[in-house]
Write a protein that binds this ligand. Structure first.
Ligand code: HEC
Ligand code: HEC
Length: 186
């Protein structure tokens, strides 16, 4: 008697779960599968031009997605991807990736001594360059991505921050190269 009652309740739960629309969280989880095509199934991007997004800070991820959506940050792939979502949905997408772990480095290098010119970056990117509320994580991003994004700020192609363009212009090309090498090996 008890058994059949339990089975009945369980059966009813299954039926009502199937009839319920997928929850917002499930919906986001299925819709972000597209991101894995480039940013990687396990958080390791498919190529060095694509940044790691797993484990970055939620508010910053949202700001970048917002900026691609609005055009404040220009990239043809990311603009079309961001426009598949509303801004409230992008907030959920950002929270989803922020909750993932930063992927383990594939080949931990020896970063050597920190370039002197990287000292001032710590005020925002944090002393270990692992990011925080003021600025994103840089430690362990690829050399290619770091150098490209530093140069994009320096030559005015990336303008979605007031401070970074000035900081990057103030560095020589050799400084930017040395910093990108150092940060990618952390
Ligand atoms: C076709 C490949 C591709 C797909 C699909 C893709 N991305 Fe990207 N994403 C990139 C590339 C390349 C960049 C770097 C672009 C740039 O330099 O502005 C990038 C940049 C980003 C950034 C900025 C990160 C940083 O370090 O500045 C975020 C956040 C991001 N993508 C999130 C997503 C999310 C979320 C999805 C899925 C909804 C997604 N991307 C789908 C290729 C892709
Ligand atoms: C005043 C705070 C501040 C300082 C100092 C600073 N940054 Fe940043 N940096 C930021 C912020 C905020 C962003 C995110 C900008 C955005 O919204 O895209 C950023 C973005 C970046 C990015 C792009 C990251 C990505 O994934 O797209 C790189 C690379 C970077 N900074 C390198 C540096 C380096 C190298 C230094 C030191 C020479 C430095 N920054 C100093 C605040 C700072």
């Amino acid at each position: 008697m008890l058994k059949s009652l339990a089975a009945g309740v369980f059966g009813a739960l299954i039926v009502s779960a199937a009839a319920m629309p997928a929850s917002a969280a499930d919906d986001i989880e299925s819709r972000v599968q597209v991101c894995a095509g480039c940013h990687g199934q396990n958080g390791v991007p498919i190529n060095s031009a694509t940044p790691i997004i797993w484990g970055q800070q939620a508010n910053w991820l949202y700001k970048e997605l917002h900026d691609y959506h609005s055009g404040d940050r220009a990239n043809p792939f990311m603009a079309s991807v961001a426009k598949m979502f509303t801004l409230p949905e992008l907030r959920e997408v950002a929270n989803y990736f922020a909750a993932k772990p930063w992927p383990a480095p594939e080949h931990a290098g020896d970063p050597g001594a920190a370039p002197k010119s990287a000292e001032m970056c710590k005020a925002c990117h944090q002393p270990n360059f692992q990011g925080g509320a003021p600025a994103p994580r840089l430690a362990g991003l690829s050399y290619d991505y770091l150098l490209t994004s530093m140069n994009a700020f320096a030559d005015g192609r990336r303008t979605n921050n007031l401070d970074m363009p000035g900081f990057m212009k103030a560095l020589s090309e050799a400084d930017r190269d040395a910093i990108a090498h150092y940060l990618s090996a952390l």
